[in-house]
Design a protein around this ligand. Structure first.
Ligand code: PLP
Ligand code: COI
Length: 354
C-alpha cells in the first residue's frame, strides 16, 4: 500500500473555474477548487486514494449516511507565504482526531499515509487556489461518510473519504454577539460531543436559529445537566479573561479537543499570561461582567481563528464586553497566524510545508 500511495493517481480537470473567483472578496467555504480527493473503503480495507475533478457523488438512497448519520469531518487550512510556499498547521493532529471521531462513530480508522499523502498531493495540484488576501486561506474539509447501504441500524460496510477545498475569507463578518444557552444542549456525558460528527452540528442549528432571531450570532453551549458551566461557542472553543487570567474549560466527552485551543494555551503560556484550565461557571462570568473584571471572551477554532465576543446575553439581559486597546485575543491571534502564514519563527514545530 505504501508504494502505491507515493503515487496517488490524478485525473486532471479539463477546465478550470479559477478565473470566475474573486479572490479579494471571498466568503467562507462557498466556492470549491477544481479537484477533490476520493478514497473508498470496501472489502475491509481503505483503497488507494485518487484525485479527480471536483464533482457530485452518487450514493444509493439506502446509504447509511442518509439514515443513521454515520459521518465525521475535519477542518483545516492551507496558508501561502509571501514566497508562495504552502503550509499546513499541525495536520497530524487533524488526522489523529479524525480517527478518534471514526472510532466513536464505528467508522474504520483511516491510515495516516492516506490522509497526509492524499492531502499533500491534492494541495500541490490546487496551489494556485490558495488565496493571499489578508485573513484568507484555503479551507480544507476532509470527511468520511457511510456509503454502504442497508436500513438495518448498524455500521455500514462501505465508506468514502473525501477531501474538498474552498478558498475562504473570514468565518464571521463582524462582531460576535452570543447567547448563553439555558434550554438546549449540544452534547452530553458519554455522547459524541468530543467527536467531529456531522450530527453534532445538525443538532445545533435549531437552537442557533432561535438565538439569531433574538439578535445573537452564536450560542454559548453550557453543560447539559445544569446549564451552569460554559463549554463551547458553536464551532469554537471558548476562552474567558477575568482580570488578567485567561480561562478555558477542560476538554471532556462533551467538548472538542480543538487544535487552535491547545495552540493558544501554549502561546499564552509562552507570553507569560496566567492561564487556568478549569470549569467556568455562568455565574462567575455574569458576576465579573457586573463588577467590571470580565475583560474578554473569545472563540477559537480553525475556521473562526480567534473571534472576539462583543457581548453576551443571559436570562434576558445583555452584557457588553469592553473594547480593549491591547487584548489577549489580538495578541494571540497575531501570534498564531504569524506561525501559520510563515511570518514568524515556528518555535513549537507546528508548521508543515506542503
Ligand atoms: N469546537 C467545535 C465544536 C468545533 O467544531 C471546532 C472546529 O473545528 C472547534 C471547537 C475548534 O477546533 P479546531 O481548533 O481544531 O478547529
Ligand atoms: C473548523 O473550525 O474547521 C470547523 O470545523 C468548524 C466548522 C463547523 C465551520
Amino acid at each position: 500500500m505504501e508504494a502505491e500511495l507515493k503515487n496517488i493517481p490524478v485525473e486532471k480537470s479539463k477546465t478550470t473555474k479559477i478565473n470566475e473567483v474573486d479572490f479579494d472578496h471571498l466568503s467562507f467555504g462557498s466556492v470549491y477548487t477544481d479537484h477533490m480527493l476520493v478514497c473508498k473503503y470496501a472489502d475491509g480495507a481503505w483503497q488507494t486514494p485518487k484525485i479527480v475533478p471536483y464533482q457530485p457523488i452518487t450514493l444509493d438512497p439506502a446509504a447509511k449516511i442518509f439514515h443513521y448519520g454515520q459521518s465525521i469531518f475535519e477542518g483545516m487550512k492551507a496558508y501561502k507565504d509571501e514566497n508562495d510556499k504552502v503550509f499546513l498547521f499541525r495536520p497530524l493532529d487533524n488526522h489523529k482526531r479524525l480517527n478518534i471521531s471514526a472510532k466513536r462513530l464505528a467508522i474504520p480508522e483511516l491510515p495516516e499515509e492516506h490522509f497526509i499523502e492524499g492531502l499533500t498531493t491534492l494541495l500541490r495540484l490546487e496551489k494556485d487556489w490558495i488565496p493571499t488576501a489578508p485573513g484568507s486561506s484555503l479551507y480544507i474539509r476532509p470527511f468520511i461518510l457511510a456509503s454502504g447501504k442497508g436500513f438495518h441500524a448498524s455500521p455500514a460496510n462501505e465508506y468514502m473519504f473525501i477531501i474538498a477545498c474552498a478558498p475562504s475569507g473570514a468565518y464571521f463578518s463582524g462582531e460576535v454577539k452570543v447567547l448563553i444557552e439555558q434550554t438546549y444542549s449540544r452534547s452530553a456525558n458519554g455522547g459524541v460531543g468530543f467527536a467531529k460528527a456531522g450530527g453534532n452540528y445538525a443538532g445545533q442549528f435549531y437552537p442557533t436559529q432561535l438565538a439569531i432571531k433574538k439578535g445573537y450570532n452564536q450560542v454559548i453551549w453550557t453543560d447539559d445537566n445544569t446549564h451552569e458551566y460554559i463549554e463551547e461557542a458553536g464551532a469554537m472553543n471558548i476562552f474567558v479573561r477575568i482580570g488578567d487570567t485567561l480561562i478555558t474549560g477542560p476538554t471532556s466527552d462533551r467538548i472538542l479537543d480543538g487544535i487552535t485551543r491547545k495552540s493558544i494555551l501554549k502561546i499564552a503560556e509562552d507570553e507569560g499570561i496566567a492561564i487556568e484550565v478549569r470549569k467556568i461557571t455562568v455565574s462567575e462570568v455574569v458576576k465579573a461582567a457586573k463588577d467590571g473584571t470580565l475583560k474578554e471572551m473569545f472563540g477559537a477554532g480553525t475556521a473562526a481563528v480567534v473571534s472576539p465576543i462583543s457581548a453576551f446575553g443571559y436570562q434576558g439581559t445583555d452584557y457588553d464586553l469592553p473594547k480593549l486597546e491591547q487584548s489577549y485575543a489580538s495578541l494571540l491571534k497575531k501570534r498564531i497566524t504569524d506561525i501559520q502564514y510563515n511570518r514568524a519563527q515556528d518555535k513549537f514545530g507546528w508548521r508543515y510545508e506542503v
